[in-house]
Ligand binder design. Structure first.
Ligand SMILES: N[C@@H](CCC(=O)N[C@@H](CS)C(=O)NCC(=O)O)C(=O)O
Length: 199
């Protein structure tokens, strides 16, 4: 049995969604960043973490990629050109989409107040908007970033879009990217994860 440490309001959402996509059983142990529960496992105090037997894995993307590889879904096979494109999209999602969202969050609530810089937020929004434009161009008319199959970077990008639209209040303009996110939000596993979040 897998055990996810973190709350659905954090990047643990990605791991819960991934478990739901894969039809896996798991326990969810709610823990806030820097709480004693997570500090016991992860010295950086960051969530999520996944407990697998006697092992602990940190980082939502590493956890999801491990689950996808192990259970043979949501991913192309390592060593294929399709996987290289998939990994390129995963890094795009983390560097260019998650990155500016996290910068804005750090300068809003995460850093100690004296280190927050209000000019950082418009710069992060500029970077985010540029990434959404790049996403539209790279996506083209494909249903998902690597083609016809839903893979891990689609899940990470959609989680980031939720974070932007509903958390940071950075709207996604009408167009291919918005349609893409709305299409992904029709997935039953996504809807189940939202149900868990709202519990
Ligand atoms: N790259 C990591 C980032 C983890 C992370 O920063 N998590 C946030 C909550 S979503 C956190 O624990 N923040 C506390 C901190 O940065 O000190 C992942 O994807 O899991």
């Amino acid at each position: 049995m897998y055990k996810i440490i973190g709350s659905p309001l954090t990047r643990a959402f990605r791991v819960i969604w991934c478990m739901e996509e894969l039809g896996l059983e798991y326990d969810l142990v709610s823990a806030k960043p820097h709480s004693p529960e997570i500090l016991d496992l992860n010295p950086s105090g960051k969530v999520p973490a996944l407990i697998v037997g006697d092992d602990i894995i940190f980082d939502s993307t590493a956890i999801c990629q491990f689950l996808a590889d192990k259970h043979g879904a949501l991913t192309h096979k390592a060593g294929t050109i399709e996987r290289a494109h998939q990994d390129s999209w995963t890094h795009f999602a983390l560097d260019e989409v998650d990155g500016p969202l996290w910068t804005a969050a750090k300068h809003t609530f995460s850093y100690p107040e004296e280190l927050r810089c209000k000019e950082a937020k418009p710069a992060a929004k500029f970077e985010f908007d540029r990434a959404i434009k790049a996403l539209e161009i790279r996506l083209g008319d494909k249903p998902f970033v690597t083609g016809d199959t839903f893979t891990l970077p689609d899940l990470i990008l959609c989680h980031c879009a939720n974070w932007a639209q509903f958390g940071t209040k950075w709207p996604i303009p009408e167009g291919k990217a918005k349609d893409y996110f709305n299409r992904i939000r029709q997935r039953p596993a996504y809807k189940e994860t939202i149900r868990i979040l709202k519990k």
